[in-house]
Design a protein around this ligand. Structure first.
Ligand SMILES: [Fe+2]
Ligand SMILES: [Fe+2]
Length: 235
């Protein structure tokens, strides 16, 4: 199956596409599964919001299942081994924060960073997805905004007390997230995704989120710019 999408011709049945897709698909499935776990943790931490958080977690579990279907549709089995390795440091940061009763960081890691990253990734994937995956990615993308909104509202309601902690967590967790991109760079390109565009989408989404939470636009910009500079220097 070959389609022409914007500038690229994508052959969804070529070995190089399917090989890269198995790792990208694995990353998505493991990431969605991790998001489900994080929401179940958050439901225990915030009993008043438990019902809502369990509902959000169940959405993530459904996303994971539906993306397994995308791989099956192309006749591949997701390669989850790399994904488990790549996502472990971010999950570890979530668990360490929880152990330290640093619930602000738990919300920032899952509901701001992971959700903005997912939104950026799905936005970048949509124009180059096969028709089966397009349908699923569109509904998933809509759902991710609900998850992001939960975190934005939670942090906004407490902004005066949590602003410094939010910033500290971002400085620790965003570089770990961005690091995933450099490792996945060749696979992203092989499935037609532009890693630079993904970063640009992340910056837009994250800037909007930080403003929603309560940061002044110029402060949000400053935080993001310093992260991007650090990322470039580390590359
Ligand atoms: Fe999701
Ligand atoms: Fe989500």
């Amino acid at each position: 199956m070959t389609i022409t999408s914007e500038a690229n011709e994508i052959n969804f049945s070529s070995n190089s596409y399917l090989d890269a897709y198995s790792r990208i698909n694995g990353m998505v499935i493991v990431g969605e599964g991790l998001a489900d776990r994080h929401f179940r943790h958050l439901a225990r931490l915030f009993p008043a919001d438990s019902e809502e958080l369990l509902r959000l977690g169940a959405m993530e579990a459904r996303h994971a299942k539906d993306f397994v279907g995308c791989g099956r549709n192309l006749g591949i089995k997701a390669d989850v081994s790399l994904a488990h390795k790549l996502l472990a440091p971010l999950h570890q940061q979530f668990i360490e924060a929880e152990k330290k009763y640093d619930f602000v960081s738990c919300v920032v890691i899952q509901c701001l960073i992971i959700e903005c990253f997912a939104i950026a990734a799905y936005r970048t994937y949509l124009p180059v997805a096969d028709s089966y995956a397009t349908h699923i990615t569109k509904y998933v993308l809509n759902d991710e905004f609900q998850h992001l909104n939960y975190g934005e509202k939670w942090l906004k309601d407490r902004f005066g007390q949590v602003a410094d902690e939010v910033e500290m967590c971002i400085r620790k967790a965003v570089p770990v997230t961005m690091n995933l991109l450099s490792i996945l760079h060749p696979d992203l390109k092989a499935v037609g995704m532009d890693p630079g565009e993904l970063v640009a989408e992340f910056v837009v989404c994250f800037q909007e989120s930080l403003e929603q939470v309560g940061f002044l636009p110029k402060n949000a910009q400053k935080i993001i710019r310093s992260l991007m500079v650090a990322q470039m220097l580390a590359a």
